[in-house]
Design a protein around this ligand. Structure first.
Ligand SMILES: C[S@@+](CC[C@H](N)C(=O)[O-])C[C@H]1O[C@@H](n2cnc3c(N)ncnc32)[C@H](O)[C@@H]1O
Length: 371
């Protein structure tokens, strides 16, 4: 614990997120944020069952509060402007993992108000979808999903600053309960004043039926859901944007394949559970040591999967960025493939084929697209 005490002396730290409680009856998560108003103080956000409780601490009280919390949680994510430090509590012994990266620091009190949808806003479909309770407060178990949705919309908003058409046609593959799909519809129609035509596709018939009922209830006439495998979807009208949020495994590949084949300009895709390479890859070259340990093999395979996908998109004329979608504490599946169709295709690279030949893995998008 002494190491932790030393770490929290760093005056540059502005946020602590405690997760994985040691005692199941305790708060699920606690966040401490440094706030600069007339004086500096710390705001505690404690997540207990379906409530979020706020309390403030002054600078003198915060150290002991943080130490108490570290004793009650397995993990703490510490942020300052230059690094994210993860502290792991192993029976009172603290180990650290430090990643150098720029964290945005906003010390004003109403920081969360920059969201497109904020806690307290009257958005009735979010109550019916189980994100808000009847008082429009976020249900604790859905807090991470709420963050993901807001971040997704924020990224779309950033990228569509120059979008000047009055209509937009969007497809969401693997939409599931469609939290994001509904919020996206709300964002375009209510906030941007753009007529949005959004179609969600999912394998689960009952979920699709519920989504259609909800869309009808709110007279969202251009929001439609279809019970169809993404591999089989055919369209007649041009589509401007494709989104996927955690569409399972190769469903993401079918979605990207669809976007390429239908010349869709904007792609925002957050993949999930990339099993295919992990299950098929064999040893065969310089990276063999990365295949020796299950967890590392799984992560390496996931990264290789998204690298192959990004490469193929580039070869097909997309400008591609790989972003950290949300902080790791909100979901470990936090890579977003953001792509925009340009006129230039990248010079054809044989790298991914060489890798495939050496390591003998299967990758659906590589199989579907000829480069
Ligand atoms: C993890 S959920 C994500 C749901 C939603 N996008 C979200 O983020 O809340 C993945 C969804 O993808 C759907 N799915 C998986 N494979 C699919 C396929 N081949 N075609 C259509 N939907 C698929 C599943 O039924 C599931 O609802």
């Amino acid at each position: 614990m002494q190491k932790f005490e030393k770490e929290i002396q760093n005056k540059d730290n502005f946020k602590y997120i405690f997760s994985s409680p040691l005692n199941k009856n305790d708060a699920k998560k606690i966040i401490y944020r440094k706030i600069e108003a007339n004086t500096i103080y710390w705001q505690e956000e404690k997540f207990i069952e379906n409530k979020v409780i706020h309390k403030n601490f002054n600078e003198d009280e915060i150290s002991i509060t943080l130490i108490n919390s570290m004793q009650n949680f397995k993990q703490c994510c510490i942020q300052n402007e230059n690094a994210t430090i993860n502290a792991f509590n192993n029976n009172g012994k603290i180990a650290f993992k430090k990643v150098l990266r720029t964290n945005k620091c906003n010390l004003s009190h109403n920081k969360e108000k920059s969201y497109f949808i904020n806690e307290g806003d009257n958005v009735p479909f979010l109550v019916e979808l189980g994100i808000f309770n009847n008082q429009n407060k976020i249900i604790t178990a859905k807090y991470d999903k709420f963050k993901q949705i807001n971040r997704f919309i924020e990224i779309i908003d950033d990228n569509l600053k120059k979008y000047n058409k009055k209509e937009i046609n969007i497809i969401d593959f693997g939409c599931g309960k469609s939290y994001l799909t509904f919020v996206l519809y709300y964002y375009f129609t209510n906030i941007k004043n753009i007529t949005a035509f959004i179609s969600g596709y999912d394998l689960k018939a009952d979920v699709v039926e519920n989504c259609n009922k909800l869309a009808q209830k709110y007279s969202y006439t251009n929001l439609k859901f279809y019970n169809e495998d993404v591999a089989n979807v055919k369209i007649t009208n041009p589509v401007d944007m494709l989104i996927t949020l955690h569409a399972c495994d190769i469903a993401t590949d079918y979605a990207l394949n669809f976007a390429i084949n239908n010349n869709i300009k904007y792609i925002f895709s957050v993949p999930c559970c990339q099993h295919e390479i992990n299950l098929s890859i064999k040893k065969g070259g310089d990276f063999d040591c990365l295949l020796d340990y299950g967890l590392i093999k799984e992560r390496f395979s996931a990264l290789l999967t998204d690298t192959v996908r990004a490469n193929i998109l580039e070869c097909k004329g997309y400008k591609v960025d790989i972003l950290e979608f949300v902080d790791f504490s909100h979901t470990p599946k936090n890579i977003m493939i953001r792509a925009e169709k340009t006129t230039k295709a990248k010079e054809i690279t044989k790298d991914i084929y060489t890798l495939k030949e050496k390591y003998n893995f299967n990758q659906k998008l590589l199989q579907l697209q000829t480069i």
